[in-house]
Design a protein. Sequence first.
Length: 133
Amino acid sequence: MTAKVFADTNIFIYAESEDSQKSACAIAIIENSPVISTQVINESVSVLTRKHGFTLSEAHEIAESLLDLCEVVAVDANTIRKAIELVKQHSLSHWDSLIIASALLAGCQTLFSEDMQHGQVFDKQLTVINPFI
């Protein structure tokens, strides 16, 4: 059985970036159909349109491809409760704790993210890996 991986929003943003090295790394992660949450899709649409000049239609096209390519988990009441617990334990932002909670509840062992501490382990299960270092 292959270890499940979760991809944070920044992975999908870099896949669309002009930074060829980070883009190639991000695309390689995405091609392996990572787990993502509904939060990741919504944040991707927001960042692509607000900060990277994509039209809403273009961002929605990317969102549709993420829905087809990735295993998508919903942010629900259990995810929010787990996120609140993580904030109390680790002094995380609410948004980061939602990503971590989603990854934990989906049974992932790796969280690819540039935004969190590389090598940090949560609940003796999930290790944060910055794929760009």
